[in-house]
Design a protein around this ligand. Structure first.
Ligand code: ATP
Ligand code: MG
Length: 366
């Protein structure tokens, strides 16, 4: 993203009843970006949104909104709107009036309201639903009313706190695409909160991974997935097979380790030394399984046994047991052109490996 920063957080601390909730948060939000706060329950995501919206103040640190110190700005003056998980629609008002509410409070003329609300409802594909009450709408439609109501006031940033979490799987997938398209059409920044890593990966320009009130990593979805900064980010973002190993030899360029009796030479990207303990992570989709009949040479391959086969439609997920009992997750994709046979049976003996160099090497965390 090349947009300018519309929000800057500098050294933000927040505590409740003496308990530290946000710990030195430094973060820039760029104009027009889809930024996702991702982290486990209780890590401080909602608290951070409440600070941005102006419902709470930090203990220390500074929030700049379009260059102005947020301390000087009331929630109304910030031009930041929020969509809550519960939607919080007015139950007695119809769709049109729900969306028009904020504009009426601001004293916008009825003519202008008519134009803006109609256009907004068209954008969220709710034309024709103007007269319905919230209870006459599906969950996804209520969600779209909530978004229309927040966006009609033309905020500079829209905050969305787990807006999709109460929707069923299918609707949630559809709403993810709709939200992303709406954000692109509107061209405003979205700060989106989720604890669903798949949702974060598929929707965001930028992901901010939070843990216990800290920002642990910020980057593009690809960055975060392929180059997680530490073990907790790696395990939070997707599944991994993890080997804990000792570095047997090292120089500036390479490290040498032994995994389950097989020797590996890997690039030394972090100034590791001989004797250092490391985690070696291999993603399930990078882990390869071969039928015993498929492979002649077995060099660099682990003997293993299939212990579970889970059919997923587009993939087959396998649990593979290594001789020492360690279990590995493997995702095999159907590839009909290739004619590859992904039919495995429980108890079958197989070979396992992964392309050398595709591992993520991380410093050991106890
Ligand atoms: N008003 C409050 N008073 C005291 N403690 C609070 C208050 N609001 C939040 N907390 C605490 O702050 C921490 C962070 O809460 P927050 O709601 O920001 O988490 P979250 O990341 O949004 O979690 P979730 O994914 O469950 O929504 C929690 O430990 C919570 O109990
Ligand atoms: Mg929350």
């Amino acid at each position: 993203m090349t947009g300018k920063n519309i929000i800057e957080l500098r050294g933000i601390f927040k505590s409740y009843n003496g308990q530290q909730i946000l710990n030195d948060i430094n973060l820039n939000i760029k104009d027009g970006e889809f930024l996702t706060l991702l982290g486990p329950s209780g890590c401080g995501k909602t608290t951070l949104l409440r600070l941005l919206a102006g419902f709470e103040s930090p203990i220390s640190g500074q929030i700049l909104i379009e260059g102005k110190d947020a301390k000087e700005l009331s929630p109304q003056e910030r031009h930041i709107n929020t969509v809550f998980q519960s939607y919080a629609l007015f139950p007695h008002m119809n769709v049109f009036d729900n969306v028009a509410f904020g504009l009426r409070c601001d004293g916008v003329t009825e003519d202008a309201i008519q134009t803006r609300v109609t256009e907004m409802l068209r954008m969220v594909r709710l034309s024709g639903y103007e007269k319905r009450k919230p209870h006459e709408l599906s969950g996804g439609q209520q969600q779209r009313v909530a978004i229309a109501r927040a966006v009609v006031k033309e905020p500079i940033v829209l905050l969305l706190d787990e807006p999709l979490s109460s929707l069923d799987y299918r609707l949630r997938k559809n709403m993810q695409i709709e939200l992303k398209q709406l954000q692109r059409k509107l061209g405003i920044a979205f700060v989106f909160v989720t604890h669903d890593q798949e949702e974060a990966l598929s929707m965001s320009d930028t992901i901010v991974v939070m843990q216990q009130g800290h920002v642990v990593q910020q980057g593009t979805p690809r960055d975060i997935y392929e180059n997680p900064k530490n073990l907790s980010v790696a395990t939070f973002i997707g599944e991994s097979n993890i080997f804990d190993v000792l570095i047997e030899k090292a120089d500036e360029k390479m490290i040498q380790v032994t995994v389950q009796g097989i020797s590996y030479t890997l690039e030394n990207r972090e100034d590791f030394h001989q004797g250092d303990k490391i985690h070696l992570l291999i993603r399930p989709e990078d882990t390869r399984v071969y039928h015993r009949s498929e492979i002649e040479t077995t060099e660099g391959m682990f003997p293993a046994v299939v212990s579970e086969v889970i059919y997923k439609g587009t993939t087959v997920d396998l649990i593979i047991k290594l001789p020492d009992g360690k279990l590995l997750s493997v995702t095999e994709f159907f590839d009909e052109d290739n004619g590859e046979d992904v039919t495995y049976t429980i108890g079958e003996s197989v070979w396992v490996n992964w392309p050398i160099g595709w591992e993520v090497v991380l410093p050991y965390e106890a």
